[in-house]
Write a protein that binds this ligand. Structure first.
Ligand SMILES: NC(=O)c1ccc[n+]([C@@H]2O[C@H](COP(=O)([O-])OP(=O)(O)OC[C@H]3O[C@@H](n4cnc5c(N)ncnc54)[C@H](O)[C@@H]3O)[C@@H](O)[C@H]2O)c1
Length: 296
């Protein structure tokens, strides 16, 4: 018995890295998985390799090679799940790319490509999954829906050199809350993870860092991210909604978003000079410079 027996899932960008590990684990827990990744559906494609590995382990999966950052590609991935296995239960939005540059060096194409794959790519699949779940709910069905998005600490704390990526990931963090509010009434929860793992995307950053000795726990292995995603996809997480988790190695943190850290409150307005004079009151408990980059 797996935690996801009988469920139907899509994992975007599941040919490599974190998405591949997520697809393998969802399948091991009993889900049938649409393994999405660009790069074709042929024998040599990464998505085909993930499907072959799932099948070799006794699981069920199918390749989808759509570009999920287009409306048509996202619609096609959701339609393939429904046409193949009758419905969709779990959507893991994971596909991503990097085009890192400082703001003054970034091209329009680099900005557009990253915003498109991450932000639009998360919304487009969620849009078509939401239509599917809402239609079934309106038809009187008891719907089970899970969306697990992939945010990043770059979008929570703001990494210099990643204005395109960080803005997209911050957008995904808030998209998670908005979709959670919209879809809860239809039986759907929406959560986000902000992972750290050694993958093609981060090999320059984490390449040698923390590489485990033979037989030791590999904290930066992408396989450490997947159990949280499988849990969030499961019935046990039915009361978890609109949350964002930092996850890597053996650590999982629930993150908390914007909240007041200082205030000036009175029953009439302020002049600019009065605000300048009250600055130390506004920042009584907080440094007025750049916020810290991380949380430990
Ligand atoms: N690795 C980390 O430490 C880290 C940190 C924070 C966030 N993330 C996020 O985790 C996710 C997975 O990243 P990863 O590290 O496994 O990278 P990766 O490059 O190993 O895998 C990403 C996969 O997405 C696929 N992809 C790209 N564009 C696509 C599209 N339009 N449609 C379908 N598939 C597409 C790629 O082909 C690739 O196989 C990304 O959203 C990334 O931003 C990763």
């Amino acid at each position: 018995m797996g935690m996801l027996d009988g469920k139907v899932a899509i994992v975007t960008g599941a040919g490599r890295g974190i998405g591949r590990e997520e697809a393998l684990l969802l399948a091991a827990e009993g889900a049938k998985v649409i393994v999405n990744d660009v790069g074709g559906a042929g024998e040599e494609s990464p998505a085909r390799q993930t499907v072959a590995d799932i099948e070799a382990a006794g699981g069920t999966a199918a390749v989808n090679d759509n570009d999920i950052s287009s409306w048509a590609g996202a619609e096609g991935a959701v339609a393939q799940a429904v046409d193949t296995w009758g419905q969709l239960d779990i959507l893991v939005n994971n596909a991503g790319i990097l085009r890192d540059k400082m703001s003054f060096s970034m091209s329009e194409d680099e900005w557009d490509a990253v915003i498109k794959v991450h932000l639009k790519g998360h919304f487009a699949t969620s849009h078509f999954a939401a239509i599917h779940w809402r239609n079934r709910s309106k038809a009187g069905e008891d719907v089970y829906g899970r969306i697990i998005n992939t945010s990043s600490e770059s979008g929570l704390f703001g990494n210099a050199g990643q204005s395109n990526y960080g803005a997209a990931k911050a957008g995904i963090a808030m998209l998670t809350v908005i979709l959670g509010r919209e879809l809860e009434r239809y039986g759907v929860t929406v959560n986000a993870i902000s992972p750290r793992a050694r993958t093609r995307m981060t090999e320059d950053l984490f390449g040698e860092m923390g590489k485990a000795e033979e037989g030791q726990f590999d904290a930066f292995g992408p396989q450490n991210v997947a159990p949280l995603v499988a849990f969030l996809a499961s019935p046990e997480a039915g009361d978890v909604n609109g949350q964002n988790f930092v996850v890597f190695g053996g650590s999982v943190w629930v993150m908390e978003g914007w909240k007041p850290a200082g205030s000036l409150v009175r029953d009439h307005g302020w002049t600019p000079k009065e605000l300048a004079d009250a600055k130390s009151q506004l920042f009584a408990d907080r440094n007025s410079g750049l916020p810290p980059f991380s949380f430990f």
